[in-house]
Design a protein around this ligand. Structure first.
Ligand code: DGI
Ligand code: FE
Ligand code: FE
Length: 198
């Protein structure tokens, strides 16, 4: 298996500086969440966090090729943008370039952008860490502070609120929301809906 420092070295070459910093942030934030919810997942969380955006700067063509190689459906044309495809392409690239074989890590990277129904713990951890890591500063400070606390106290509610914010953001931008993104929001609202008044 590739050592963590080798992964970092390779990743640094593949990403812009800010994106690399974000990846480090997601890496240690995922590890911290794993320590909270299942310490045995800490090492996997560290790696999944570090590598989750490794395909972010590939061309759309290369992303599509990687999807095909991995047997992942790239979806309809209108959803074939780098925002959505880098997750699927990344799930294949980590196997080819970073020697990752662990199915839990691969699946966390695969679902990190949209989330999915009934996520595993590691999938939830990466989904949340991507949004709350310290270098991510584009989110309003008070919202960010609340989500950071929520992540460590009510993981499903944190998943829901992040999914909801992503949907609201895409709606505002008038971007086409993939059916899965919308479904995930509804599903997790159902799971934590009873706590709405809290
Ligand atoms: O890769 P990051 O920027 O760290 O974050 P991400 O992987 O969660 O999201 C990447 C982008 O994908 C972000 O700008 C939001 C966008 N996105 C998420 N769901 C959808 C989507 N874009 C479209 N068009 N449709 C979606 O359903
Ligand atoms: Fe991403
Ligand atoms: Fe990310």
């Amino acid at each position: 298996m590739m050592e963590l420092f080798e992964m970092r070295k390779e990743l640094k070459k593949a990403l812009k500086k800010e994106r690399y910093e974000h990846s480090e942030g997601v890496s240690y934030t995922s590890a911290a969440l794993a320590m909270r919810y299942d310490p045995l997942l800490t090492d996997k969380a560290l790696i999944a966090g570090l590598l989750h955006d490794c395909a972010k700067y590939l061309s759309l063509d290369t992303m599509l090729k990687l999807c095909k190689e991995g047997g992942y459906d790239p979806g309809e044309k209108k959803y074939q943008n780098s925002g959505l495809l880098h997750a699927k392409a990344g799930a294949v690239l980590v196997q080819k370039k970073y020697e990752i074989t662990d199915p839990e890590i691969i699946s966390a990277i695969l679902w990190h952008t949209t989330g999915r129904i009934d996520m595993t713990l590691l999938e939830k951890i990466l989904f949340i860490a991507d949004y709350i890591e310290p270098n991510r500063t584009k989110i309003e400070a008070s919202v960010q502070a609340r989500l950071r606390q929520l992540a460590f106290t009510d993981i499903d509610r944190a998943v829901y609120e992040i999914a909801k914010q992503t949907c609201d953001y895409l709606n505002k931008k008038a971007a086409s929301i993939s059916p899965l993104t919308a479904e995930v929001c509804k599903y997790y609202e159902g799971i934590c809906g009873s706590k709405e008044e809290k």
